[in-house]
Design a protein around this ligand. Structure first.
Ligand SMILES: Nc1ncnc2c1ncn2[C@@H]1O[C@H](COP(=O)(O)OP(=O)(O)OP(=O)(O)O)[C@@H](O)[C@H]1O
Ligand SMILES: [Mg+2]
Length: 581
């Protein structure tokens, strides 16, 4: 008896049932209907498969045929990813638009990597070498100053038969192994499977964010994970953008997941014009954008975070420090919820599927610092910073809670601070970084300061400030002692100018570690010196605190080449207070 071809037996939105589907696996990619829409198998009941279609299913009919592809959703990883803008399943938006117009036609395909572009491959391995997973075969200059290492894919091992320098496209092999396995510049990898590493390493190297409040108080480690929850308009997107622009990463993968299209338009406009302060090159050259805005299909949105993570792991495997920004994880969780509801699964808390927290946990597990597979030995990292958008700003909701259980740090954005235009609106009382203890040594060494001490002093000042402000609200400031009023005054300076940072001021949008250390040191030394002269009998009102504040604000806004002069002004004023330091 000849096997009956599988056909569509039922369509509910983007959910499609097909029968009989034999031999296909869970999460296998299937082409559905005459337009060959992309779909994924997400459930089997006997020979009836439930497929989730990544695209609009309008016009799809019961009885249509479908074809399994034999492989899960994979990413095509190779030179040309940097600078590209992909949708959640890896189609390049620009080339899709060229092919089908501004609205992506269902079934439209365009390969992730431009297949006709030629790359100059420089071989470092040679015929006769025995190679295995992760070994470097050679390099390609992917962007000016960015070396793309061409690696043996995981699972491949053998003796090199042919390999040499070549001008090749992604369609041409660069060589072959003795067993006939062709070698290419690019490789494919299933996005839902973590790429293997040789050994996981501890997250004890700082990833400098350029945001003083983070670097000083809640530092981020290479390979670390941070949740950034915040209510509507509290500055989540600005935090993610600032990190994407200025963090000390070699590669940034920005996943715009379910947020408004105009925010992504902003990224597309800004990034190509911005210059990376670390390399002097356009930020876009080291960035991959994965875009699934709120008007794009929800299933591709669910996939987009895995695509982003897979691209990040690929560059990590070359030995790079990669930062992945997700904005926002809540929209990813909502996509899971929507898919679960259509499958009529038993919902968990607030309608999210019961496996939401474990999926989120597995995603965070993919971040880390590691010694990569293969030779020569390399260390790379994937760092994950996820914005979370709790409805009503209520952090007790399931997605925020699930993220907090697995994240190594919390940068809590606070609506009240945002209303007071204290930006970044980070609530220093509830935020934390589990990496702080293992990073303060390196941060201190990089700046010639005692970072742990500076950090502790600033946190103590903020804590004391909170107590005193409560008292002040009962008694009135006039009734307070000079030494307490001094604390209020310096804490306000610290909040406004050390922790506050204006994303729209070109001189302030990012802060070097040196500037952060200098501003923190000066604030603490004003506090100590002024306190000493008060103890010695001086009056608070006689001290030039207003002038100090102005000089400090000028230091904050000073261009890098003027910062020394501005810092000297502050130092002079501190010295003028009199007394011993
Ligand atoms: N560092 C900053 N410097 C100056 N302004 C800021 C900063 N951070 C946030 N803002 C202000 O707050 C506004 C909202 O920020 P943003 O869009 O990042 O919030 P969001 O939390 O992503 O909002 P949504 O919930 O709508 O996604 C910005 O348009 C800007 O005016
Ligand atoms: Mg936002």
């Amino acid at each position: 008896m000849s096997a009956r071809a599988p056909t569509i037996t039922r369509i509910t939105g983007t959910l499609v049932e097909a029968s009989p589907l034999r031999g296909a696996g869970l999460y296998e990619l299937v082409h559905v209907g005459p337009r060959a829409l992309l779909a994924e198998v997400i459930r089997f009941r006997g020979e009836t498969a439930t497929l989730q279609v990544f695209e609009d299913t309008t016009g799809l009919a019961v009885g249509s045929q479908l074809a399994a592809t034999g492989a899960p959703l994979t990413a095509h990883l190779g030179p040309g990813l940097l600078g590209s803008v992909l949708d959640g399943i890896g189609r390049p938006l620009a080339r899709l638009a060229d092919a089908t117009g501004d609205f992506i036609a269902p079934g439209a395909t365009a390969p992730t990597l431009e297949m006709t572009r030629r790359w100059a491959f420089v071989a470092s391995a040679k015929p006769g070498d025995t190679v295995g997973p992760g070994d470097v075969l050679g390099t390609v200059d992917e962007q000016p100053g960015f070396v793309h290492r061409v690696l043996v894919p995981p699972g491949i091992r053998g003796v090199v038969a042919t390999l040499g320098d070549a001008e090749v496209t992604h369609a041409d092999p660069i060589g072959a192994l003795a067993d006939g396995t062709p070698l290419f510049l690019a490789q494919r990898w299933p996005i839902r499977t973590p790429r293997p590493v040789e050994q996981r390493l501890s997250a004890d190297q700082p990833l400098v964010t350029g945001q003083r409040i983070f670097d000083l108080l809640f530092p981020l480690a290479e390979g670390g994970t941070i949740a950034v929850p915040g209510g509507f308009g509290t500055g989540k997107t600005i935090v993610e953008h600032s990190l994407a622009k200025y963090a000390s990463a070699d590669v940034v993968v920005f996943v715009g997941c379910g947020e408004r299209g105009n925010e992504m338009a902003e990224v597309l406009r800004d990034f190509p014009r911005l210059v990376d302060p670390n390399t002097g090159r356009p930020v876009m050259e080291r960035t991959v954008l994965v875009v699934n805005t709120s008007n794009m299909p929800v299933v591709a949105r669910e996939a987009s975070v895995y695509l982003g993570m897979t691209i990040a792991e690929y560059y990590r495997d070359m030995g790079y420090r990669v930062a992945v920004m997700v904005d926002s994880l809540s929209r990813w969780a909502e996509a899971l919820r929507e898919i679960g509801a259509r499958l009529q699964e038993m919902p968990g808390e607030e309608g999210y599927p019961t496996y939401m927290a474990s999926r989120l946990g597995s995603l965070f597990e993919r971040a880390g610092r590691a010694r990569t597979l293969g030779a020569p030995q390399r260390v790379g990292a994937t760092t994950l910073v996820c914005a979370v958008s709790p409805p009503g700003g209520d952090f007790s909701e399931p997605v925020t809670q699930a993220a907090l259980r697995v994240a190594g740090g919390l940068w809590a954005l606070d609506a009240q601070l945002a209303r007071a235009r204290q930006f970044p609106a980070v609530d220093w009382a509830t935020s934390y970084s589990l990496y702080a203890d293992s990073l303060v040594g390196t941060l201190g060494a990089a700046t010639g300061t005692d970072w742990a001490h500076l950090r502790a002093r600033v946190l103590a000042l903020l804590g004391r400030d909170a107590e005193l402000r409560e008292i002040a609200s009962l008694l009135g400031v006039e009734e307070m002692e000079d030494r307490d009023r001094l604390v209020l005054s310096i804490a306000s300076l610290v909040r406004d100018h050390l922790l506050g940072q204006n994303a729209f001021d070109p001189n302030d949008a990012t802060s070097s570690l040196a500037k952060t250390a200098r501003m923190a040191t000066l604030a603490i030394s004003v506090l100590d010196r002024a306190d000493a002269v008060l103890v010695a009998g001086a009056e608070l009102d006689a001290l030039p605190l207003g002038e100090l504040r102005r000089a400090y604000a000028e230091l904050r806004r000073a261009a890098p080449d003027a910062a020394d002069a501005r810092a000297a002004d502050v130092e002079r004023l501190i010295a003028s207070l009199g007394g011993a330091a």
